[in-house]
Design a protein around this ligand. Structure first.
Ligand SMILES: O=C(O)CCC(=O)C(=O)O
Ligand SMILES: [Fe+2]
Length: 370
């Protein structure tokens, strides 16, 4: 028994050391990938259960997340139908793509290319940004939860907090500075349109979520999923739900994103010119379960070309005056009692930053069990 315990300690120690060495090298998984390695360091290898669920990789299913055309949202004849489509997508899938959202297609390409260009810069340039800092500023790192998670995943990310405290424009890496600033404005406009429709879908005033400050706290992440030599031993991003209100996701054409639907993982096939929207935990809670925050993941990239995604997370910037957040009172009635209890900002943030991306979500903790 003693021997076994000692061996485990030795393994754990080695793991901590390896993780730290990798982090201090500031090379990211892109650096590992570019170095031509043929097997991945052990701390990237996921548990057998996660890995068995990855197979068969890239299985094609007939179901896919809904696509919603936003061309006529301001037409009285079309708006109710679009609201119905979005309401049903947000409830049954928690994920959908929007097309004709008003952002020029050229901007989508420019944004993805600029984030790609950042990740493709030489080590000397990129490593200047490598650090770990949460809640504000600019940070580039591999695996934001590297020190909290049980197994690392095959991605690097550039993170820029866009609001409420935006860094000085010069602090944003030059390779993608203009594009990041422009993308934030475009994506926020799309998110505001979508949240208006989702608000009306609940029978609320279109401005309700805007007044709740959903678009005033935003973080932008530019993820890079480089080629992985052992895509069946790790993941690109492990299965998780997003903690905030809503997420706007732009991806290049390299596949990998999968969304949980019933007992299946659905591949999200990029729709040309489309943007992916998903419901976060906070929206599920304040909608009293009308909208669904679902698990999603990215497979480790088996292709030579990197997968790039640009994600903006929208969070509430102001909480209720009593310091709590919970299901919106106007959605509650004797027939529709609250499904979740109220909770504090500390509880939310503690859950967000305290543990890894792989722990139980806040939703499970605050669900009222009868
Ligand atoms: O890269 C993607 O497509 C998904 C990223 C994601 O789920 C996240 O950053 O929360
Ligand atoms: Fe996510």
């Amino acid at each position: 028994m003693k021997m076994a315990a000692k061996n485990i300690d030795a393994t754990l120690y080695d793991r901590v050391k390896q993780v730290k060495e990798f982090d201090e090298s500031k090379m990211g998984v892109k650096g590992l990938s570019d170095s031509g390695i043929t097997s991945i360091p052990q701390f990237f290898i996921h548990d057998p259960q996660t890995l068995s669920d990855l197979k068969p990789p890239y299985k094609n299913t007939t179901t896919t997340i809904p696509t919603i055309d936003l061309s006529h949202i301001n037409s009285a004849a079309h708006r109710p139908k679009i609201i119905d489509q979005m309401k049903s997508a947000a409830k049954n899938f928690g994920f959908f793509q929007v097309t004709n959202h008003g952002v020029p297609v050229s901007v989508l390409g420019e944004t993805v290319n600029a984030v790609k260009a950042f990740h493709e810069q030489p080590h000397e340039v990129k490593s200047k940004y490598y650090k770990r800092e949460e809640g504000k500023g600019v940070m580039y790192a591999s695996n934001n939860d590297l020190y909290r998670t049980t197994a690392a995943s095959w991605h690097d990310s550039l993170q820029v907090w866009m609001s409420p405290e935006r860094p000085e424009v010069e602090e944003i890496p030059e390779a993608c500075r203009e594009e990041v600033v422009a993308w934030d404005l475009h994506a926020t406009k799309v998110a505001e349109d979508v949240m208006e429709l989702l608000s009306e879908g609940l029978g609320l005033e279109g401005r309700r979520f805007k007044e709740l400050t959903f678009s005033d706290k935003r973080a932008l992440l530019g993820h890079c999923y480089p080629y992985c030599p052992q895509p069946d031993r790790t993941v690109g991003i492990r299965a998780h739900t997003d903690p905030g209100i809503i997420t706007v996701l732009l991806q290049n054409h390299v596949p990998g994103l999968q969304v949980r639907h019933g007992n299946e993982w659905l591949d999200v096939k990029p729709v040309p010119g489309g943007l992916i929207i998903n419901v976060g935990d906070l929206l599920q809670i304040i909608s009293n379960g009308e909208y669904t925050s679902v698990q999603h993941r990215v497979l480790a990239n088996p292709w030579k070309e990197a997968r790039i995604s640009v994600v903006i997370f929208f969070n509430l910037s102001k909480w209720r005056e009593d310091g709590y957040c919970g299901p919106l009172p106007e959605l509650l009635s004797p027939e529709k009692p609250p499904v979740y209890r109220d909770f504090t900002a500390q509880e939310f943030l503690g859950n967000f930053y305290g543990k890894g991306i792989d722990t139980k979500s806040l939703i499970e903790k605050i669900t009222i069990k009868n």
